[in-house]
Design a protein around this ligand. Structure first.
Ligand SMILES: [Zn+2]
Length: 173
């Protein structure tokens, strides 16, 4: 199970106890810590000069029939990180891997003309690295990868860079 000390910091938030991490909510579906095999990175596919708030994200995901935002974490252009699902809650972001992955999404992914582009700001990059470090400590066996790198996933540009390469050093450490 988890070999970490509590309280634990995840993306600037504090998880006081393991119980808190594993608490069940009635409507959700849960996975065990051992079942987390991938930390999957996404982009919103919104333009780099456009705001896409967590509220807009939530509204759009509810419209798609999700119970909430499908990602576990969302990173704004200003580096703000919000958490939308508990770590052990199954997300809705990368079929058929939702039961063994955590979804992280950054705001952006398109240039001003709507073409796929790695639009991450310096603050987004810093927040993403911090979040991945925290998650990797928690799930040391999980591979860090991009949506488009997932086997069998529909070919897409998402997230417009290659996380398995960029973060290979984190997976070794
Ligand atoms: Zn994606």
């Amino acid at each position: 199970m988890l070999h970490e000390q509590y309280p634990m910091n995840i993306a600037g938030g504090t998880v006081a106890t393991e119980d808190m991490l594993l608490t069940k909510i009635e409507s959700g579906i849960y996975m065990s810590a051992e079942s987390v095999r991938f930390l999957v990175i996404h982009c919103t596919a919104t333009r780099e000069d456009q705001d896409y708030t967590p509220e807009q994200l939530r509204r759009d995901h509810l419209r798609r029939g999700f119970i909430d935002v499908g990602y576990h974490f969302y990173i704004r252009r200003d580096g703000t990180v919000t958490q939308h699902r508990r770590l052990n809650e199954v997300g809705a972001h990368c079929r058929p891997f939702n039961r063994c992955s955590i979804g992280i999404c950054y705001e952006g992914g398109l240039d001003a003309k709507g073409k796929p582009k790695d639009t991450r700001t310096l603050k987004q990059r810093a927040s993403l690295i911090g979040l991945l470090r925290d998650l990797h400590r928690q799930f040391p066996k999980a591979l860090i990868c991009g949506h488009c790198e997932m086997p069998g996933a529909t070919p897409k540009a998402c997230p417009c860079f290659k996380p398995s390469k960029e973060f290979a050093y984190l997976m070794k450490g």
